[in-house]
Write a new protein. Structure first.
Length: 144
Protein backbone atom coordinates (compact mmCIF):
# COMPACT_ATOMS: atom_id res chain seq x y z
CA UNK A 1 0.00 0.00 0.00
CA UNK A 2 1.28 3.45 -0.95
CA UNK A 3 1.39 5.86 1.95
CA UNK A 4 1.34 9.51 0.95
CA UNK A 5 3.08 11.98 3.18
CA UNK A 6 0.93 14.96 4.11
CA UNK A 7 2.36 18.28 2.94
CA UNK A 8 2.47 20.78 5.80
CA UNK A 9 -0.07 23.60 5.43
CA UNK A 10 2.63 26.27 5.94
CA UNK A 11 4.57 24.90 2.94
CA UNK A 12 1.49 25.06 0.72
CA UNK A 13 0.79 28.64 1.84
CA UNK A 14 4.43 29.58 1.19
CA UNK A 15 4.26 28.14 -2.33
CA UNK A 16 1.00 29.96 -3.03
CA UNK A 17 2.52 33.24 -1.80
CA UNK A 18 5.56 32.75 -4.05
CA UNK A 19 3.36 32.01 -7.05
CA UNK A 20 1.21 35.11 -6.39
CA UNK A 21 4.30 37.32 -5.99
CA UNK A 22 5.72 35.92 -9.23
CA UNK A 23 2.45 36.58 -11.07
CA UNK A 24 2.30 40.15 -9.69
CA UNK A 25 5.87 40.86 -10.80
CA UNK A 26 5.20 39.41 -14.26
CA UNK A 27 2.06 41.52 -14.63
CA UNK A 28 3.92 44.67 -13.54
CA UNK A 29 6.75 44.02 -16.00
CA UNK A 30 4.29 43.23 -18.79
CA UNK A 31 2.04 46.26 -18.33
CA UNK A 32 4.94 48.70 -17.88
CA UNK A 33 6.65 47.24 -20.99
CA UNK A 34 9.88 46.93 -19.00
CA UNK A 35 10.48 43.31 -19.95
CA UNK A 36 13.63 42.10 -18.23
CA UNK A 37 14.39 44.33 -15.22
CA UNK A 38 18.12 43.56 -15.41
CA UNK A 39 18.34 44.61 -19.05
CA UNK A 40 16.13 47.62 -18.32
CA UNK A 41 18.44 48.82 -15.53
CA UNK A 42 21.87 47.86 -16.90
CA UNK A 43 21.44 47.48 -20.66
CA UNK A 44 22.94 43.99 -20.37
CA UNK A 45 20.89 40.86 -21.01
CA UNK A 46 20.50 38.56 -18.03
CA UNK A 47 21.44 34.83 -17.95
CA UNK A 48 17.79 33.91 -18.43
CA UNK A 49 17.30 36.13 -21.48
CA UNK A 50 15.23 34.27 -24.07
CA UNK A 51 13.88 31.72 -21.58
CA UNK A 52 10.26 32.86 -21.86
CA UNK A 53 10.39 32.79 -25.66
CA UNK A 54 12.05 29.37 -25.47
CA UNK A 55 9.26 27.93 -23.33
CA UNK A 56 6.58 29.50 -25.53
CA UNK A 57 8.27 27.70 -28.43
CA UNK A 58 8.24 24.42 -26.46
CA UNK A 59 4.50 24.86 -25.87
CA UNK A 60 4.13 25.02 -29.67
CA UNK A 61 6.38 21.93 -30.03
CA UNK A 62 8.98 24.03 -31.84
CA UNK A 63 12.12 22.75 -30.12
CA UNK A 64 14.59 24.22 -32.60
CA UNK A 65 13.28 27.72 -31.87
CA UNK A 66 13.33 26.95 -28.15
CA UNK A 67 16.99 26.00 -28.37
CA UNK A 68 17.68 29.14 -30.42
CA UNK A 69 16.07 31.43 -27.83
CA UNK A 70 17.81 29.76 -24.88
CA UNK A 71 19.91 26.61 -25.22
CA UNK A 72 19.30 25.67 -21.58
CA UNK A 73 15.49 25.85 -21.60
CA UNK A 74 15.42 22.18 -20.60
CA UNK A 75 17.24 22.87 -17.31
CA UNK A 76 14.23 24.65 -15.75
CA UNK A 77 12.15 21.52 -15.01
CA UNK A 78 15.27 19.78 -13.69
CA UNK A 79 15.98 22.61 -11.24
CA UNK A 80 12.31 22.70 -10.23
CA UNK A 81 12.35 18.95 -9.52
CA UNK A 82 15.57 19.31 -7.52
CA UNK A 83 13.95 22.08 -5.47
CA UNK A 84 10.69 20.17 -4.96
CA UNK A 85 12.52 17.05 -3.75
CA UNK A 86 15.27 18.98 -1.95
CA UNK A 87 14.54 17.34 1.41
CA UNK A 88 14.80 13.84 -0.09
CA UNK A 89 18.16 14.52 -1.79
CA UNK A 90 21.34 14.20 0.28
CA UNK A 91 22.70 17.69 1.07
CA UNK A 92 26.02 17.05 -0.61
CA UNK A 93 24.34 15.86 -3.82
CA UNK A 94 21.91 18.79 -3.71
CA UNK A 95 24.79 21.29 -3.42
CA UNK A 96 26.65 19.55 -6.25
CA UNK A 97 23.60 19.58 -8.53
CA UNK A 98 22.88 23.25 -7.87
CA UNK A 99 26.54 24.20 -8.33
CA UNK A 100 26.63 22.26 -11.62
CA UNK A 101 23.43 23.90 -12.89
CA UNK A 102 24.58 27.38 -11.87
CA UNK A 103 27.99 26.87 -13.49
CA UNK A 104 26.37 25.57 -16.68
CA UNK A 105 24.04 28.58 -16.84
CA UNK A 106 26.93 31.03 -16.29
CA UNK A 107 29.17 29.39 -18.90
CA UNK A 108 26.40 29.43 -21.51
CA UNK A 109 25.60 33.05 -20.54
CA UNK A 110 29.20 34.16 -21.06
CA UNK A 111 29.41 32.34 -24.41
CA UNK A 112 26.16 34.01 -25.53
CA UNK A 113 27.40 37.44 -24.39
CA UNK A 114 30.65 37.05 -26.30
CA UNK A 115 28.81 36.15 -29.52
CA UNK A 116 28.39 39.51 -31.28
CA UNK A 117 25.94 37.96 -33.76
CA UNK A 118 23.53 36.81 -31.05
CA UNK A 119 20.32 38.88 -31.36
CA UNK A 120 18.91 37.48 -28.10
CA UNK A 121 21.69 38.32 -25.62
CA UNK A 122 23.37 41.70 -25.95
CA UNK A 123 25.32 44.39 -24.16
CA UNK A 124 23.95 47.91 -24.73
CA UNK A 125 24.99 49.78 -21.59
CA UNK A 126 23.91 53.12 -23.06
CA UNK A 127 20.29 51.90 -23.11
CA UNK A 128 20.22 51.05 -19.40
CA UNK A 129 18.58 53.28 -16.80
CA UNK A 130 21.74 53.36 -14.66
CA UNK A 131 23.77 54.75 -17.56
CA UNK A 132 21.09 57.33 -18.37
CA UNK A 133 21.07 58.47 -14.73
CA UNK A 134 24.85 58.67 -14.77
CA UNK A 135 24.79 60.81 -17.94
CA UNK A 136 22.07 63.05 -16.47
CA UNK A 137 24.05 63.60 -13.26
CA UNK A 138 27.25 64.19 -15.19
CA UNK A 139 25.70 66.76 -17.54
CA UNK A 140 23.21 68.55 -15.29
CA UNK A 141 24.60 68.31 -11.77
CA UNK A 142 28.35 68.00 -12.19
CA UNK A 143 28.33 70.05 -15.42
CA UNK A 144 31.01 67.88 -17.01
Amino acid sequence: MLIMKKIPKKNIISYIKLILIFIAICMFLHFTKIGCPIKFLTGISCPGCGMTRAWLSVLHFNFSDAFYYHPLFWIVPIVLLIEIFKEKIPKKLYKYLMFFNTTLILVVYIIRLLDNNNPIVSINIDRGVFFKIYIYIRRNILCI
